[in-house]
Structure formats: structure tokens, C-alpha cells
Design a protein around this ligand. Structure first.
Ligand code: SF4
Ligand code: SF4
Length: 134
């Protein structure tokens, strides 16, 4: 199963090789969706973890034990069809292929099942047509 989390790193934990430890110690694969990290500063990472439920629970406990704040990356992306002009900018930043603008009509298509709620499309849209519904 997959679990999408937002991890807040305290300054002292930003150097932790968490994707390596998750893979080796917990058999959990991680895909970093978005990260804002800098040496000696607090960091934020949105990550999708894949593993069985016990491994994911154990991995999440370890992340908490090293001082990370963990929240589920919940919510649902909504696109306002009255604002959208099918420019395709959002599809160019979407890491999961949930947003596509393709031939023949080049209209924006949104596949909710693929969306990992990384929120990159929200900032990318010049017409503020995309929002997050919590
Ligand atoms: S939040 Fe937007 S950019 Fe991120 S996966 Fe979903 S549709 Fe794509
Ligand atoms: S960036 Fe905004 S206007 Fe352009 S296709 Fe995406 S939702 Fe529509």
C-alpha cells in the first residue's frame, strides 16, 4: 500500500538519510514528491511511501522517533473549469501524470486517482484555477 506524508524536519534532522534507512531498515520505498531542505534550517518534504502496512507503521514510528513532525498529505485537487484556459502549464509540473494536455483536443485532463496532492500545480497555474479542498 501507499501512504503520502508531509514530513517537517527539525534543523538537527535535515542530514538524516531517511530514504536509505527506510529502504534498508524497513523495506519501505520512498518517492520524494517535493522537498525544501537547506543545511542547518528546518525542512519540509512531501513523500509517498510504499510497503506493507506493518512496515509502513514501523517506518512512521521511526521517523517520529528522530524528531520529524508527520502529517498525512490529505485533500483533493479541484480545477475550476470556468477559470481554466487549457494552457497546460500545470501539466508540465505534475510529477504523477495526473494532469495532461494532449492531442487531439489539448484540453486539460485531470485523473484524480493519479494525484499525489503535491500541490505543485496550484502555484503553477497563472489563473488560480486550481485549489486544494480539505
Ligand atoms: S497536486 Fe497537482 S501537480 Fe501534484 S500530482 Fe496532483 S495534479 Fe499533479
Ligand atoms: S495552468 Fe491553470 S489555466 Fe493552465 S491548464 Fe492548468 S488549470 Fe488550466
Amino acid at each position: 500500500m501507499k501512504r503520502r506524508l508531509t514530513l517537517q524536519f527539525p534543523r538537527e534532522a535535515v542530514h538524516q538519510p531517511i530514504t536509505y534507512r527506510l529502504a534498508v531498515d524497513y523495506d519501505v520505498a520512498s518517492r520524494i514528491i517535493r522537498a525544501q531542505m537547506a543545511p542547518n534550517q528546518r525542512g519540509t518534504m512531501v513523500v509517498e511511501l510504499s510497503g506493507d502496512i506493518d512496515e509502513l507503521d514501523a517506518a512512521q514510528q521511526w521517523l517520529a522517533s528522530i524528531g520529524l513532525e508527520i502529517t498525512a498529505a490529505d485533500g483533493e485537487i479541484r480545477i475550476d473549469p470556468d477559470r481554466c484556459v487549457d494552457c497546460g502549464i500545470c501539466s508540465s509540473v505534475c510529477p504523477s501524470g495526473a494532469l495532461r494536455c494532449e492531442a487531439p483536443d489539448w484540453r486539460l485532463q485531470f485523473d484524480l486517482r493519479r494525484c499525489v496532492v503535491c500541490e505543485q500545480c496550484i502555484a503553477a497555474c497563472p489563473l488560480e484555477a486550481i485549489s486544494l479542498k480539505l
